[in-house]
Write a protein that binds this ligand. Sequence first.
Ligand SMILES: Cc1cc2nc3c(=O)[nH]c(=O)nc-3n(C[C@H](O)[C@H](O)[C@H](O)COP(=O)(O)OP(=O)(O)OC[C@H]3O[C@@H](n4cnc5c(N)ncnc54)[C@H](O)[C@@H]3O)c2cc1C
Length: 505
Amino acid sequence: MAIQNNKIVIIGAGLAGLFAALKLAPLSVILVTSKKLGSGTSSQWAQAGIAAAVGKFDSVTSHLNDTVQVGGGIVDEKIAELVIKNGPERVNDLISLGVPFDVDENKNLILRKEAAHEHNRIVSVRGDMTGKKIMEVLTKLVGNSSHIEVVEGQNAVELHQENNAVYGVTIQNMSKQTYIESNCIMLATGGIGQLYKVTTNSKEALGDGVGMAARCGAILSDMEFVQFHPTAFDIGIDPAPLATEALRGEGAKIINSKYENFMRDAHPEAELAPRDIVARAIFSEQKKSGQVYLDCRGDLGVRMINDFPTVYELCKKNDINPENDPIPISPAAHYHMGGIGVDEYGRTNIIGLYACGENACSGIHGANRLASNSLLEAIAFADIISKDIKDQINKYEVKKKNPKIVRVKPLDQQDLLRLRETMTKYVGVERDQVGLERAFDIVRNIYIKYQDQGYDNNSLITSLLIIKSAINRTEQRGSHYRTDHPYQDNKLNSRSSITKEDLNL
Ligand SMILES: Cc1cc2nc3c(=O)[nH]c(=O)nc-3n(C[C@H](O)[C@H](O)[C@H](O)COP(=O)(O)OP(=O)(O)OC[C@H]3O[C@@H](n4cnc5c(N)ncnc54)[C@H](O)[C@@H]3O)c2cc1C
C-alpha cells in the first residue's frame, strides 16, 4: 500500500517528534510512531528536567562553559551556543503550551542543580516527573491538532533516496508494509540504549533511525560516545529504572558493600563529578568489592516521597525503604552523544532529510553530555528545523517514484540478546582493541546471517558503526574509555565521522 501525499513525515513521537510536529503548523505532517502515541519514548521517563540559563545569576556563557567543560574538548561551541541561547525561549514555549514547571510562592521557576552545572538551572515538574508531564501535555495537543496525522504502531524500516535527495519511507507492522511518499522527512527515533544489556532506555531505543539513515547514505558523527548513567537501579529490571542525578545534587552518597564512601578518591567533586568519571568509579568498585549503593538514608530519604516521588515509588515497589536502606545501583547505557550528523539547521547530508533529538548528532555534547542538555537540544532543534522546513519546503524536489521492495527484519530474541551482551561486555564503560574487534566479528556474523537470508537490519548497522568508531579512537576521551590507551591524545582532538561504506561489510 502507498500513501501518496508529499506531506512532511516525522518518524518518532518523543519530545523531538511531538514538539517539531506542533511547531510545523499549519503545514501538514504525518507522525509515525512504533507504539501508541504517548508511550514507548525515553522522553516520558526523563526525571531531572531541562537545563536552561534562566536564573538571575546565570548566563549563556556560564551554561556554555559547563557544556564545553564536560564535553572532552570536542564540543562544537557554535552549535552549543545556538542551542543554549534558544533555551529560555523554548522553556517559555512549553509553559505557554501548558507544561506546569515547578514554581515558588512568587511564581518564579524553581531551578535545581545537577552535576557539573555552575548554577541551579534545571527546570522540572514535581521534582522528578518532568518528562512524564511534558509528554502528557504535548501528546494531548498533538492528538487534537488537525494538521497532524498520527500513524501508530508502525516501524519505519527504510528511507528511499535518489541523487542524494530523500523521496519516501517504508514503514511496517509485522510483515505488512506501507510506503509513504515524502520529500521532507525528519528522523526522531531516540537513542540506542537497547543495544546494551543494561540500559535505562525504552524498549524502542534500538538505533533504528541511525541505521536507516546510514543505509540511505547519511554521514554519522561521534558514534563511539555512549554515556553510561552511573546510578541506575540494579534490581534486575529491564529497562533499569533511574535514580536521578538530582539526588546526588541533594546530598545522596555513593557507597560500597562495606558502606564506605569511595568517590572522594576518584574525583575532588566526588558524587558531583562528571558522569563518565562517576560511572567508571562505580564500575571499578563493582569489580573490586561487588554491589554499590546510593545512600539516601536520613533526611533525604524522608523527603523523597514529596521531592522525588518517582524514585520513591520505585523503591517501595521493590521493598527498598530509602529512609533506612541504601539503593543498589549500577552504571547503565543511557544516552548516545553520537548519531546522524546534522548542521546548524538540523539538516543531514541528504537533501530533505532532517534529524532531531537523540538520534541526531549536532555536536553540542562532544564526547560527554552535560546533564539535562538533551531535552534542551531536542526542543531547540525541533524549533530550528521547523523554521528551516517552512523556509525550504518548496525547494525540495517532488519525486513520484515506485518504491523498491524492502526486506528489513527485526532481530529475533536470541540474536538481540547476543547483541546486547556483546555490546555491554566489549563496548561498555571500559573498552580495548581486542574486545572491540571481538565485538565487531560477533555482530558482523549476525549481520551476515541476516544478509544470507535476504534481510537487512538497522540495529546491527548502528551497533557496527559504534564499534568501528570506538576501534578508530585510540585514546580516552569523555565517555569513551580505552583501557589500552588510557590517555587523551591531542592528535585526536576532533569529532569523528563514519558512513556505512567504512564498515566494509
Ligand atoms: C530514564 C531517563 C531519564 C532521562 N532524564 C533526562 C533528563 O532529566 N533531562 C534530559 O535532558 N535528558 C534526560 N534523558 C535523556 C532524554 O530523555 C532523551 O535523550 C530524549 O527524551 C530523547 O528524545 P527523543 O524525542 O529524541 O526520543 P524518544 O523520546 O526516545 O522518542 C523516540 C520515538 O521514536 C519512536 N521510534 C523508535 N524507532 C522507531 C521506528 N523505527 N519507527 C517509528 N518510530 C520509532 C519511539 O517509539 C518513540 O516514539 C533521560 C533518559 C532516560 C532514559
